[in-house]
Design a binder for this molecule. Structure first.
Ligand code: PHE
Length: 330
């Protein structure tokens, strides 16, 4: 009895314990053998023998159950240990994408004007002469066409050189008043530090009943917009020329690299040119059949904004697809 109990205690795994179980409690096990002896025990001793045997069996069963629980608990414990996941361990981080700085800048620009209730319009990248030039007061042979080096197709269609044709398309399909921006891709035959043949512009156009908008409105909204984009900069309007606006202006901000003191980026002037704008030329309204209206328009290059905001020295690096550049904007 003692050493049977010992046997149970010494089983060091569930498998070993199972062997012991068969050996003791099995059909041909030790207990079965003992119980078989009962029939040979003389009558008067039968009761005591049977009671003794049952007691032994109960003790062994209790010892077995206890050992079984202990081994089972051990097994669960070691399973939990070996299968545990250490959530505090570092692992390789999944690569996370980000917006291209040009798109991020575009979104920021769009956000500003959408908040002021401007509609977001779009038009085709392959344009015709009428929408890209003619209706914008740039008749054929007009010298100002040389300002924009155009990609032409054989059939005379072209890649739009600016987003201004979207002004025309919107006015020809919508009645005034108009309050719109047109973000989009444009194309010019140009390639150097600050020009790529494909780039992005955001156009703006506001048209109201005659006399309801003035250059003062244009100046106010663009000043606020540029300070939203670039922070606390000075803004100045310089007389300029665009065929589709009269008067026209180019807009400068005080140089964000030298705070207006003059440096290499601003060529020592203290100013950076960022926008073209003006009061819509009457000839443009004539081309789209608008009467008794006045309006203002502006256009800007998104890449130029992105370069200035992120201090990117070479515009071309934005389009080389080098992941190391993009990773800096994650
Ligand atoms: N379309 C002009 C350009 O590409 C920008 C501009 C738009 C200027 C609207 C005035 C008004 O340079």
């Amino acid at each position: 009895m003692e050493n049977l109990q010992e046997k149970i205690l010494q089983a060091d795994s569930l498998e070993a314990l199972e062997k012991v179980r068969v050996e003791l409690f099995g059909k041909k096990g030790l207990l079965a053998v003992e119980f078989a002896k009962l029939k040979d025990v003389p009558g008067p001793e039968k009761k005591a023998f049977a009671e003794g045997l049952n007691e032994t069996k109960a003790k062994l069963q209790a010892a077995f159950d206890e050992r079984y629980e202990a081994l089972k608990a051990n097994e669960i414990e070691s399973m939990l240990k070996s299968e545990a996941i250490d959530v505090s361990l570092y692992s390789t981080l999944a690569a996370k994408g980000a917006l291209h700085p040009v798109m991020e800048t575009m979104d920021k620009i769009i956000d500003y004007f959408v908040a002021l209730n401007f509609a977001v319009e779009s038009g085709p990248m392959v344009e015709d002469d009428f929408h890209n030039f003619e209706a914008l007061n740039l008749p054929k042979s007009h010298p100002a066409r040389d300002m924009q080096d155009t990609f032409y197709f054989n059939d005379g269609s072209l890649l739009r050189t600016h987003t201004s044709p979207v002004q025309i398309r919107t006015m020809m399909t919508t009645k005034p008043p108009i309050r719109m921006i047109a973000p989009g891709t444009v194309f010019r035959r140009d390639y150097d530090l600050t020009h790529t043949p494909m780039f992005h512009q955001v156009e703006g156009l506001v048209v109201e009943e005659k006399g309801k908008v003035s250059f003062a409105n244009l100046k106010a909204i663009l000043t606020d917009f540029l300070q939203y984009m670039f922070g606390n900069v000075d803004v100045r309007f310089r007389p300029s020329f665009f065929p589709f606006t009269e008067p026209s202006a180019e807009v400068d901000i005080s140089c964000i690299f030298c705070a207006g003191n003059g440096c290499r980026v601003c060529s020592g002037t203290g100013w950076l040119e960022v926008l073209g704008c003006g009061i819509v030329d009457p000839n443009v309204f004539k081309a789209v059949g608008y009467e008794e209206v006045s309006g203002y328009a502006f256009g800007l290059g998104v890449e130029r904004f992105a370069m200035l905001m992120h201090k990117i020295p070479d515009l071309r690096s934005l389009f080389e697809g080098d992941i190391r550049l993009l990773e800096q904007f994650r």
